[in-house]
Design a protein. Structure first.
Length: 435
């Protein structure tokens, strides 16, 4: 073997050996350092069996940068472990871990706490009945009445995995998350929350709940918006709070209900967009289109905007003939709402209408018309005036001809859906009821 080859092997060995020493030293620094007894009011040492020291009063232990305080501690010398009780506090940097009772393993730097546990830092407080905290990974595994409060959101759940340094939480079981400055909360069987990204997602029977209040003549009225889907995402950026819903979306709020394949709720501008075969019900009127936008103002419905293959259908005379369903279609339909009642319907571009004329004396026929634009105004929820503008064509079919076969006159894009979503009642955690 040449001298050059020997030197090369020797150099490689030294590099690997140095790397091993560095890794070993780092491991020793993170754990395995001996726990030191810094102070106590009194101490007993037992060297029979497993050597241990029992410490009483103002107990102070230290391992590297980690300081432990309690009223009583049993320190297992050879095992490098300790059982702690009475006002236990573990402090490191800006982190504080507190519990009535705790075991601390100096080898793994893992603490097991019970009887009520709390971990906090400069921006987050996490409490639960019991839990495990890993000082190396800064990860809390807590369970039992879990509550997380930070500067962006509040989380309530049965169990949680909380990565403190990353600001990431995985909540499991009866999980709720609510933005600090928002009146919207998400709930589900499980949810994740990324504090740094102001992002949350919920799965497993997820639901969004928004509780609003309006005041009229000194009377405060509470109205709850609920949205359900199979997957939910929340983006709580200031001034641009947004919620995404995917798969089997249903929406319920007072006299408005909706279903769709997907939806986006733009909270700050009070707009809900519906996609994938959406349908919206407002009292006896339902609206279908390729996409529908729900526009609100000051927590009140102001407008419904339907685009592409749009049709609005109304059962105005179900007692006379339930198949008499008035219809307006067009490439776009706007429904204007005032004081929670429809005041106007406008159809634009390739507008069509089917209106069954029924008076106090009975049916009078069906008006079938086309125009560039159709405008319908309402009074007391009933059609008052209809105006057809541009390229108007129409015909009136006598009632005796229409009555037995009204579906023959239905508009081409007619749809009617009886599957209205039902409101799901949700018991809110006490912490949210107090707000």
């Amino acid at each position: 073997m040449s001298l050059h080859q020997k030197n090369k092997k020797t150099y490689l060995f030294l590099v690997l050996f140095t790397l091993f020493i560095c890794l070993y030293s780092n491991g020793k620094a993170q754990g395995n350092q001996p726990i030191e007894v810094i102070g106590a009011d009194s101490m007993n040492t037992n060297l029979n069996g497993e050597p241990q020291r029992t410490l009483f009063g103002n107990v102070h232990l230290r391992q590297g940068a980690t300081n432990v305080y309690c009223n009583k501690g049993i320190f297992y010398i050879n095992l490098n472990k300790a059982d702690l009780s009475g006002n236990v506090r573990v402090l490191e940097d800006d982190m504080s871990l507190e519990a009535p009772n705790m075991s601390y393993d100096g080898n793994t730097r893992i603490s097991n706490a019970y009887g009520g546990v709390k971990v906090s830092d400069n921006s987050t407080i996490l409490t639960a009945k019991r839990g495990t905290y890993n000082m190396n990974t800064h990860t809390a595994y807590f369970s039992g009445e879990v509550l997380v409060v930070d500067d962006s959101a509040t989380i309530v759940c049965d169990r949680i995995i909380h990565q403190r340094r990353e600001g990431y939480s995985q909540a499991i079981g009866n999980a709720f998350v609510k933005g600090r400055y928002s009146n919207v909360l998400l709930a589900g069987d499980s949810l994740s929350n990324d504090k740094k990204k102001n992002y949350s997602s919920a799965k497993g029977n997820p639901i969004l709940v928004q509780i609003d209040s309006t005041e009229n003549a000194g009377i405060i009225k509470f109205d709850t918006l609920t949205i359900e889907s199979k997957v939910m995402e929340a983006f709580r950026n200031k001034g641009n709070e947004r919620y995404n819903f995917k798969d089997s979306v249903s929406i319920v709020r007072s006299n408005v209900k909706a279903r769709a394949g997907s939806s986006i709720f733009w909270k700050d501008i009070e707009v809900i967009e519906l996609f994938e075969s959406p349908v919206v019900w407002h009292d006896s009127t339902q609206l279908h289109a390729d996409s529908i936008t729900i526009v609100m103002q000051n927590n009140k419905l102001k407008k419904l905007i339907a685009k592409n293959k749009s049709i609005a259908c109304m059962k105005d005379n179900p007692d006379y003939n339930p198949a008499y369903i008035n219809q307006i279609s067009g490439n776009r339909i706007d429904i204007v709402v005032e004081n929670e009642e429809i005041s106007e319907i406008n159809s634009f571009d390739n507008a069509k209408s089917l209106y069954f004329i029924v008076s106090e004396n009975g049916g009078e026929g069906a008006n079938v018309s086309t125009a560039d634009t159709i405008n319908v105004t309402f009074r007391d929820s009933n059609p008052e005036n209809m105006i057809w503008l541009g390229e108007v064509n129409g015909d009136v079919v006598p009632d005796p001809i229409v009555f037995y076969n009204p579906t023959n006159y239905y508009l081409p894009d007619f749809k009617w859906d009886e599957l209205l979503p039902k409101k799901r009642e949700l018991e809110l955690p006490v912490v949210f009821k107090k707000e």
